[in-house]
Write a protein that binds this ligand. Structure first.
Ligand SMILES: [Fe+2]
Length: 308
């Protein structure tokens, strides 16, 4: 018996408020119809026994119908009020939940920001690189009309892309001159380190995949897995363009950064080899002034835009 009760409670709990309301109303109307039939049958029997007139029977029937209709209407009003009240409560709870989720997202992003800041303090050469790459990515995502959770994921991947450099020794990471073959091999492990660092964080699963593949190339000549074309996660293909553009337009100890025009031409030249052609086409649609605004914070010693 207890088992039946539990099943009924589970089924009832799984119904929407509208379904529960409909079942209650149908039950009451059903009971009312049965009661009405019983009352009529009773009085018809009385008529047969006592010889009352059909007029009396009709009046009784009308009174019973009005009573039942009134009771049903009252019940409908009470249930409707209860339904509206519970709907309002649900809406309030939903709004509160959305606010809590937004707050949670802000906390997540602030924590991820602290992680990337820690890396940038160590790898001071790239000053603000992560933030600028996020901004360039935002422009590309806007042009590609990518929004919602996907945009959030790509944004986080851009913030964390080089987190694996924590695992690269200082003498390699901060070396001002060209790296030896062994040093370069150590440096190339940072995407793998990065994805391992965040792999166990449940909400960063796809981010970890993008971090792992952020140095793959469209032609399959990248690392760590040599993925090619659309086998590379879309977030990583978009990221590659944003990341390279910032690297090209920033000064490094061993070279000056390019102008925005030069960097755009270079991105275009590498379309179909290093970069996804569709991402490049989208990137080249972005207004020069928008790129310039972001690149202003990059370390550089010469004008970003060549005067025309
Ligand atoms: Fe990287």
């Amino acid at each position: 018996m207890g088992g039946v009760k539990r099943v009924v409670a589970e089924v009832w709990g799984g119904l929407s408020p509208i379904a529960r309301f409909s079942i209650l109303l149908a039950s009451v109307l059903g009971v009312a119809a049965i009661a009405r039939t019983a009352v009529i049958a009773y009085f018809m029997d009385a008529v047969a026994r006592d010889g009352a007139t059909m007029d009396t029977l009709a009046r009784i029937q009308l009174s019973v119908t009005v009573l039942i209709f009134g009771a049903a209407l009252l019940l409908w009003l009470v249930l409707r009020a209860a339904y509206l009240s519970s709907s309002r409560r649900l809406r309030e709870q939903s709004t509160a939940l959305e606010a809590a989720l937004a707050e949670r997202d802000r906390t997540y992003d602030a924590t991820l920001g602290a992680l990337t800041n820690a890396l940038e303090v160590r790898d001071s050469e790239t000053g603000g690189h992560g933030g600028r790459v996020v901004s360039y990515m935002e422009l590309i995502l806007r042009e590609m009309e990518i929004d919602g959770d996907e945009r959030k994921t790509y944004r986080r991947a851009a913030l964390l892309h080089d987190i694996g450099k924590i695992g690269v020794p200082d003498n390699i990471l901060r070396k001002p001159t060209a790296l030896s073959e062994a040093e370069w091999a150590a440096m190339k492990r940072h995407p793998e380190f990065g994805s391992r660092i965040i792999a166990d964080i449940p909400f960063l699963g796809e981010v970890a995949r993008i971090v792992r593949h952020h140095h793959e190339r469209w032609d399959g000549m990248g690392y760590p897995n040599g993925l090619a074309g659309t086998a590379i996660p879309l977030g990583a293909r978009i990221f590659a363009v944003a990341d390279s553009f910032d690297a090209m337009t920033s000064d490094r100890p061993y070279r000056h950064g390019m102008s925005i025009d030069q960097a755009r031409r270079e991105i275009d030249r590498c379309s179909g080899t290093q970069f996804d052609p569709s991402v490049v086409t989208t990137f080249l649609r972005i207004k020069l002034e928008e790129l310039e605004l972001i690149s202003e914070s990059a370390p550089h010693t010469h004008p970003r835009v060549v005067a025309s």
